[in-house]
Design a protein around this ligand. Sequence first.
Ligand code: PGA
Length: 252
Amino acid sequence: MRKPIIAGNWKMYKTRDEAIEFMYQVSEALPSNKLVDSVICAQAPMMRCLIKRQGDNLRIGAQNLCAEDEGAYTGEISGKLLDSYNVEYVIIGHSERRNYFGETDEIVNAKIKAALRNDLLPIVCIGEHLEERENGTTNKVLEKQIKGAFKDMSAVQMENMVIAYEPIWAIGTGKTATAEQAEESCAFVRSVVRELFGDVIADGIRIQYGGSVKPANIDEIIAKENIDGALIGGASLDPEKFIYMVKAAVKK
Ligand code: PGA
């Protein structure tokens, strides 16, 4: 059985004090990490204050890392540094990074390798634009992103990978894919992983859905067979909503 994973992507929101307040409110309320993995991915300067307060049932993740471990790369964040702070997860290839910061599948691939070198667990984002959904090329786009992201990976390296399927048209727009659309695409993602890495990896890999997930729709989404969790932006900023959504995943 795949353990569900709920990850909050805070993007460029919250100050230090707001983050501390959130941690205070969720720390006692989250279900056991034996039942569900709960993760908050925050801006890098917050890492220390979050790690100090994470408790047993919350893990902390970054939203990006550099493909290099160290060097003259002003403004970048190294996986080596994240690991030294005991950060556990890192989001890679989020559509906002692909669209605003020019991240290609090659860059995503290099960043995944950097994460693995530094014992970080990648949450790799893929997803189609609205035009691609409308012109029927969603699967083609997803397959290309998967093959690009995981190029040269061994089955062992794929073991702890998390994939987040996030249709770009559903991110921050309030437009969620229907649970059926989400399931259909997540099942397709799993089938591509199966073709590339075989049954053991495909059956074990966790695939999240992301895009306007909130308390009102998580139950229906998480109930789907190929959806093992959610990557949540806006709704993860609110402690009560976050707790509700983690609890919803436990019921799976
Ligand atoms: P959203 O963001 O939940 O605010 O749509 C999801 C994401 O960008 O990961």
